[in-house]
Design a protein around this ligand. Structure first.
Ligand code: SAM
Length: 275
């Protein structure tokens, strides 16, 4: 058996979602790295896997755990990495370990399992062909404002994680940057008894959360920003005027603006002459 770091997906609620391959890998691992030994111990007991040794890897211990994991990999051991739920490395520890293991030339394998982001996205009914995963937004300050602005301008579907006690605040902030009519989906308690997928415009989502206090785990799926359509003639003239202010000739300004906006040079030049 070759040594490897094996990323193992675990259920996001329904224990029936643990795959046979995940059970096999957890059973053959020399050590299971996990966020919480009690939680993972319960999962292993549920599937009848006799707990090998458990190593705690959470946000605080991951930097220190890297050395231990690398030395086990050096000895040819198989280290399975799980998080509390879903895929390790997705808003959970794992990324640092994978980077260190691969940089040291070790094998990294993956046993894919559920991830709330993907489950929420596909259940949402919003376009899933192209999407962006944003995880948890920064809680406050300029970091939050900048990320909200980026989310609002994003043309692809955006997938967010949010804690129930922060959901209303986040929806209110999203209304502010995206407007009240942008479609949103609140995918709650996926795969669990109280699974619910609520769909509607952002303003109604705020009302929904005022009427029904958010409880449990949520994925927020936000429709992408609408296509702004071609720029108006006034916007084109304004862009040319800005370029002229930078010292460009009318012809050069028109050519630059045409290139930036994807319009024909002749059309932009004609508008520039009118101005
Ligand atoms: N690694 C996990 C994954 O792959 O989905 C995500 C871990 S992150 C710390 C936990 C967040 O995922 C929760 O706060 C919630 O936003 C989302 N989440 C996890 N399980 C969920 C579920 N069953 N239903 C809806 N959202 C869930």
């Amino acid at each position: 058996m070759t040594g490897a770091l094996v990323l193992v997906g675990t259920p996001i609620g329904n224990l029936g979602d643990l795959t046979p391959r995940a059970i096999e890998e957890l059973g053959r691992a020399d050590v299971v790295a996990c966020e919480d030994t009690r939680r993972t111990g319960r999962l292993l007991a549920h599937v009848g896997v006799r707990a090998p040794s458990l190593l705690v890897v959470n946000d605080h211990t991951e930097p220190r755990a890297v050395g231990e994991v690398l030395s086990r990999l050096d000895r040819g051991q198989r280290v399975a990495l799980v998080s509390d739920a879903g895929m390790p490395g997705i808003s959970d520890p794992g990324e640092r370990l994978v980077a260190a293991a691969s940089a040291a030339g070790h094998r990294v394998e993956v046993v894919p399992g559920p991830s709330a982001a993907i489950a929420g996205l596909v259940a949402s009914g919003l376009p899933a062909g192209r999407f962006v995963f944003e995880g948890f937004l920064p809680r406050k300050g300029s970091g939050r404002r900048e990320r909200l602005a980026a989310v609002a301008a994003e043309p692809r579907t955006v997938v967010l994680y949010e804690a129930p006690h922060r959901l209303s605040r986040t929806l209110v902030d999203l209304v502010e940057v995206c407007g009240p009519t942008r479609r949103v989906v609140l995918a709650r308690e996926l795969t669990k008894l109280h699974e619910e997928v609520w769909r509607g415009p952002l303003a109604a989502a705020v009302e929904h959360c005022t009427d029904t206090e958010p409880r449990g785990e949520y994925v927020v799926v936000l429709d992408g920003a609408p296509d702004p359509g071609p720029p108006s003639d006034d916007q084109v003239r304004e862009a040319v005027a800005h370029a002229r202010q930078r010292g460009l000739s009318t012809r050069d300004a028109a050519a630059e603006v045409a290139g930036t906006l994807g319009l024909s040079k002749r059309h932009v030049y004609a508008l520039a002459l009118e101005a």
